[in-house]
Design a protein around this ligand. Structure first.
Ligand SMILES: Cc1cc2nc3c(=O)[nH]c(=O)nc-3n(C[C@H](O)[C@H](O)[C@H](O)COP(=O)(O)OP(=O)(O)OC[C@H]3O[C@@H](n4cnc5c(N)ncnc54)[C@H](O)[C@@H]3O)c2cc1C
Length: 348
């Protein structure tokens, strides 16, 4: 029997960021993933402290950024890959009213350090942006695809990764320990994203899931070196490639790409992009969104060594490092979880 401190189910952002805490704290683990969910692989990877629809602060933005950025730096060193691309985000204004609302927002104490008050004039022929842009500060993009890929490869090389669907029926609780096939652990953390729906221990939690699709376009004349936000995001990837998206869809829970999403994204893109481009890729994934838009972090009501780390929603990049640390402190240091994120605010 292999003995570890933790079993983690899911190697998306939630599972990886929890494993990162374990690595720093010298705890042993195995991590299990069957590649059934795509959210962390297809994500835009943006971190941005401002809600660009309403010009308000993202929930706990400052606290989350302070925790997250050094952790991604640690992961870069551990995995020997570049993950954090510092890049400004510019909000395209559609009216004078939006410009005024931007100024008003920049005066709010919680937002002033994140919003530049200067209205930027558009000098790019490819863009239709008569009212200019407002720039958000302290933004960037984490290359989540590279993170997942490099992290999984490292765990495979260390013999602590199982590529399989977690078999919930094979899980046994014996004398306060978890047994799963030939592994014994003190704790198990479920971080399956939308895959939570198959988990008999936690699937009554209100994870609704919001499907999102992205296009990748090749636009050789566009030449922008910032993330542009209009009704959708345009994210430069280098080599004249850009991510365009994403959509929000609440009925379809598959990871399949659709013509409907492609049409919607092209329509929105053409409203502000005036030069030639070619679509070269399309991807889809389910964001693990929760009814009240807060993460699901906590322990099972009956099985005390069974935990959940989920509900990262639309902003996994910023939230994952924060909630991973909170869960670890709860398990190992008995620090109570904030009510707002504790999964016990709902019945399992
Ligand atoms: C189109 C799109 C764009 C996005 N853009 C951004 C963005 O710009 N910035 C941002 O911060 N967030 C963004 N997000 C949200 C972000 O992707 C999520 O918040 C985050 O990735 C969720 O991570 P997770 O680990 O909880 O879930 P997932 O990434 O879904 O990971 C769960 C993992 O568990 C595995 N799994 C599930 N069930 C089982 C099982 N039974 N057995 C074994 N393995 C299992 C899955 O294979 C998967 O690897 C975006 C999401 C989408 C879809």
């Amino acid at each position: 029997m292999k003995k570890v401190d933790y079993i983690i189910v899911g190697s998306g952002l939630a599972g990886i960021l929890f494993a990162e805490v374990l690595i720093r704290q010298n705890k042993s683990f195995i991590i299990i993933d069957d590649a059934s969910q795509q959210s962390s692989i297809v994500a835009g990877g943006l971190y941005n402290p401002v809600v660009l629809k309403r010009f308000t602060e993202v929930w706990k933005a400052k606290e989350q950024l302070e925790i997250a950025l050094p952790i991604y730096q640690h992961l870069e060193a551990l995995l020997q890959v570049k993950l954090d691309f510092k890049i400004p985000v510019r909000r395209l204004f559609h009216s004078v009213e939006e410009q005024n609302n931007w100024f008003i927002a920049s005066d709010k104490p919680a937002l002033s350090e994140f919003i530049s008050t200067r209205i930027m004039v558009n000098d790019n022929q490819c863009l239709n942006a008569d009212f200019g842009f407002g720039e958000v500060l302290q933004t960037g993009r984490i290359d989540t695809n590279t993170l997942v890929d490099a992290f999984v490869k490292l765990q495979i090389s260390k013999n602590q990764f199982l590529k399989e669907s977690f078999d919930y029926e094979a899980l046994k609780i014996v004398e306060n320990k978890i047994q799963y096939k030939n592994t014994e652990a003190f704790h198990i953390v479920f971080a399956e994203g939308f895959g939570l729906k198959q988990n008999p221990f936690f699937n009554r939690l209100p994870l609704n899931g919001a499907k999102g699709e992205f296009l990748t376009i090749h636009a050789p004349d566009l030449k922008i070196d910032y993330v542009l936000k209009s009704s959708i995001f345009l994210i430069p990837l280098g080599e004249d490639l850009y991510r365009v998206g994403a959509t929000y869809e609440w009925e379809d829970k598959s990871n399949d790409i659709t013509q409907k999403a492609k049409d919607e994204l092209l329509r929105k893109l053409k409203a502000f992009l005036q030069c030639d481009f070619k679509v070269v890729d399309q991807v889809a994934g389910i964001r693990p969104t929760v009814k009240d838009r807060r993460p699901l972090v906590g322990e099972h009501s009956e099985h005390k060594n069974m935990y959940i780390l989920n509900g990262l929603g639309t902003r996994g990049v910023m939230i994952a490092p924060y909630v991973a640390q909170k869960l670890f402190d709860f398990i190992e240091n008995k620090i109570p979880l904030e009510k707002e994120i504790n999964s016990n605010r709902f019945q399992e």
